[in-house]
Design a protein around this ligand. Structure first.
Ligand SMILES: CC(C)(COP(=O)(O)OP(=O)(O)OC[C@H]1O[C@@H](n2cnc3c(N)ncnc32)[C@H](O)[C@@H]1O)[C@@H](O)C(=O)NCCC(=O)NCCS
Ligand SMILES: Nc1ncnc2c1ncn2[C@@H]1O[C@H](COP(=O)(O)OP(=O)(O)OP(=O)(O)O)[C@@H](O)[C@H]1O
Length: 197
């Protein structure tokens, strides 16, 4: 079974992904792939430098993530420019990693895709698991984790679909508002229901 793990920014996807790894389930992580496809020397990075200018490049030849983030989380048109360049590369690499795991005998693969709904990638997966939090907790955890002022954190949250839309499209929802223990218990029940464990 291919499980799509999604939710909004700072909802707790990585936290749940770590728990899934504890069940020996292999993960394909879109955020990691998004870093791999812009490594120095890639065509994708070259296209980003052409579109956004040399000022988004660091001296060591890597992409300045902070600068790109400051642009694209505030300007929808610029976000589309970046997405149009980077998303095809991310998709191709994610499918390659998924197929490699399946060929190597994995019975189940988890695909951690923050923008699964925004990018309409439901067809990539068999079941969709959404990690949900209230906006208040999401905001507090995002500000704390990324050391962001409230305005920056709100801009990032606003750049994604509302949590309620993601919950509607889910096969199962984990409510990650309280303890990690509660989250782990909800996850275990879902995996049992889906006969993954
Ligand atoms: C803008 C970038 C450089 C900021 O880098 P940074 O290290 O600060 O954040 P990171 O990559 O860890 O992403 C954190 C979270 O931001 C959200 N996010 C990232 N990109 C986007 C986007 N284009 N639209 C909406 N939300 C996004 C996701 O929830 C993601 O999990 C980076 O996020 C990026 O390259 N984004 C484009 C690729 C993409 O869409 N990634 C999301 C997964 S496919
Ligand atoms: N149940 C919880 N209780 C307390 N803190 C939590 C809980 N779940 C997650 N966190 C914390 O909230 C922050 C966001 O969680 P996490 O990084 O797992 O989210 P994410 O959905 O993967 O985020 P992103 O979309 O940005 O990659 C982290 O600092 C994490 O340690």
């Amino acid at each position: 079974m291919i499980i799509g793990l999604t939710g909004s920014i700072a909802s707790g996807k990585s936290t749940v992904a770590q728990m899934l790894q504890g069940y020996q389930l292999p993960i394909v992580d879109a955020d990691i792939v998004a870093r791999q496809v812009v490594e120095p020397g890639t065509q994708t990075l070259q296209q980003i430098a052409e579109a956004f200018g040399q000022e988004v490049m660091k001296e060591d030849g890597t992409m300045d993530r902070e600068k790109v983030g400051a642009i694209i989380f505030h300007e929808p048109a610029q976000r589309k420019v970046l997405n149009d360049i980077i998303h095809p590369a991310i998709r191709a690499e994610m499918l390659r990693q998924r197929d490699e795991l399946l060929q190597n005998g994995a019975a189940h693969v988890v695909m951690d895709i923050p923008l699964l709904f925004e990018s309409k990638l439901q067809h990539f997966v068999d079941k969709i698991l959404v990690v949900s939090v209230t906006e208040e907790i999401q905001l507090a955890r995002l500000m704390e984790r990324n050391q962001l002022p409230e305005s920056e954190a709100r801009a990032r949250i606003a750049s994604q679909l509302p949590m309620s839309v993601k919950e509607k499209g889910a096969d199962a929802v984990i409510y990650n508002n309280t303890t990690k223990q509660s989250t782990a218990e909800q996850l275990e029940k879902i995996l049992q229901q889906w006969a993954v464990i």
